[in-house]
Design a protein around this ligand. Structure first.
Ligand code: NAD
Ligand code: DAU
Length: 352
């Protein structure tokens, strides 16, 4: 039995769906169902005997403690977070509340639970905290990729809140002996990603003949990882990672944003040609840059590869094609999760 938090979001839901479908774990999914969490995503497993959904907040110590006491999981995977950098720039409060205060409360519930375990249960127990490469700050063009020993230099409110949560997790290990693992991953893409993030936003806008917004000069670099590869890496770290260690996870796929958007346009031109025969690339529009925009992220994933034998299966080329095909075949899912608040967000961020 694993308690997963934030399992109705993008990465958490991919993890939960695979874990249940392949019969690997029993899962309790605790999720607050913010705008980013959606039960529609989990419909295929909703009645499964190995799966239980609980609507709630990681910051609700009473609820979390009672769940832990009742279900006695051998592991917790903390995906729950506010995760969108642009939203953190408009309104950082929710990021501080969930990512810092929420993680603190969750750790306190875990501390109480851990103390109640017997020696054998204590040896088995793990708290895996899912974090991001953004805690390391930004890289210049020729800098080596981020390794686990890079100093923390977060630049956005989102990154700072995740960095703070990583520090809390580390301290709860060193001070209270909680057996923690932390993973710092690069940009994910794939099925069930909310269309506020670059890749699903571009696919969604292109299919609706809307402008494809590129911040600044579009030459910022991200290191893209297919979400199922990330989920496998998390499971690998959970089962074989060394207590108290951090593991960087990345796809070895450094691409500029402009390249990513142009690639999506080329694939859509092939799979779903426009009626007027023009390329989707015509919709590319350069817009005002993100405040404090980090120029480049890149991950050195040697540690997880050499010590735990994990490697990504997808290249960017195979993963992006799969992703676009998934969005073309799942327009019902996209439409079901887009609400009035999504339209308000788009108006606020892009001014149309
Ligand atoms: P997401 O925004 O898609 O999903 C977050 C989920 O957490 C949602 O279901 C939301 O309802 C839930 N949630 C938010 N606040 C909560 C709270 N207080 N209590 C319980 N549930 C709450 O995020 P994602 O992209 O799936 O990211 C998951 C985790 O992975 C995050 O911690 C994020 O920082 C990290 N991460 C994401 C990426 C990426 O590229 N998306 C890369 C590296 C790390
Ligand atoms: O690096 C890991 C991080 O990746 C995760 O921790 C975050 O949760 C996740 O949101 C992601 O952060 P980014 O800011 O890198 O992702 P986003 O999809 O928002 O943007 C990717 C790049 O594309 C970034 O350089 C900004 C740019 N961009 C984004 C949007 C939404 C645009 O040019 N136009 C856009 O409209």
């Amino acid at each position: 039995m694993i308690l997963v938090t934030g399992g109705a979001g993008f990465i958490g839901s991919n993890f939960v769906i695979h874990a249940i479908k392949y019969g690997r774990h029993k899962i309790i999914n605790l999720d607050k169902l913010t705008y980013a969490g959606n039960l529609e995503t989990l419909r295929s497993i909703s009645g499964h005997e190995n799966y239980l959904f609980v609507h709630g907040d990681i910051g609700d110590e009473k609820l979390v403690s009672s769940l832990l006491e009742k279900h006695r999981p051998y592991a917790i995977i903390n995906f729950a977070a506010e995760s969108h950098v642009d939203r953190s720039i408009h309104g950082p409060r929710d990021f501080i509340q969930t990512n810092i205060v929420g993680t603190f409360n969750l750790l306190e519930s875990v501390r109480g639970y851990y103390q109640s375990l017997d020696t054998h249960e204590k040896m088995q127990f793990r708290f895996l905290h899912v974090s991001t490469d953004e805690v390391y700050g930004t890289l210049e063009k020729n800098d080596p990729p981020f390794s686990e020993s890079n100093p923390y230099e977060p630049n956005s409110p989102y990154a700072a809140s995740k960095a703070a949560s990583d520090h809390l997790v580390r301290a709860w290990h060193h001070t209270y002996g909680i057996p923690v693992l932390t993973t710092n991953c690069s940009n994910n893409y794939g099925p069930y990603q909310f269309p506020e993030k670059l890749i699903p936003l571009i696919i969604h806008n292109a299919l609706n003949h809307k402008p494809l917004p590129i911040y600044g000069d579009g030459l910022q670099v991200r290191d893209w990882l297919y979400v199922e590869d990330h989920c496998e890496a998390i499971e690998t770290v959970l089962l074989n990672g060394k207590i108290g260690e951090t593991y960087n996870i990345g796809g070895n796929n450094e691409k500029t944003n402009l390249f990513v958007v142009e690639t999506i346009c080329q694939i859509l031109d092939r799979l779903m040609p426009r009626q007027d025969q023009k390329s989707y690339a015509e919709l590319i529009t350069f817009v005002k840059d993100r405040l404090g925009h980090d120029r480049r992220y890149a991950i050195n994933a040697k540690k997880i590869s050499l010590e735990l034998g994990w490697k990504p299966k997808e290249t960017f080329e195979t993963g992006i094609e799969k992703t676009i095909r998934w969005y073309l075949e799942n327009s019902v899912w996209v439409n079901s999760i887009l609400s009035g608040s999504y339209r308000e967000w788009v108006a606020k961020q892009y001014g149309h």
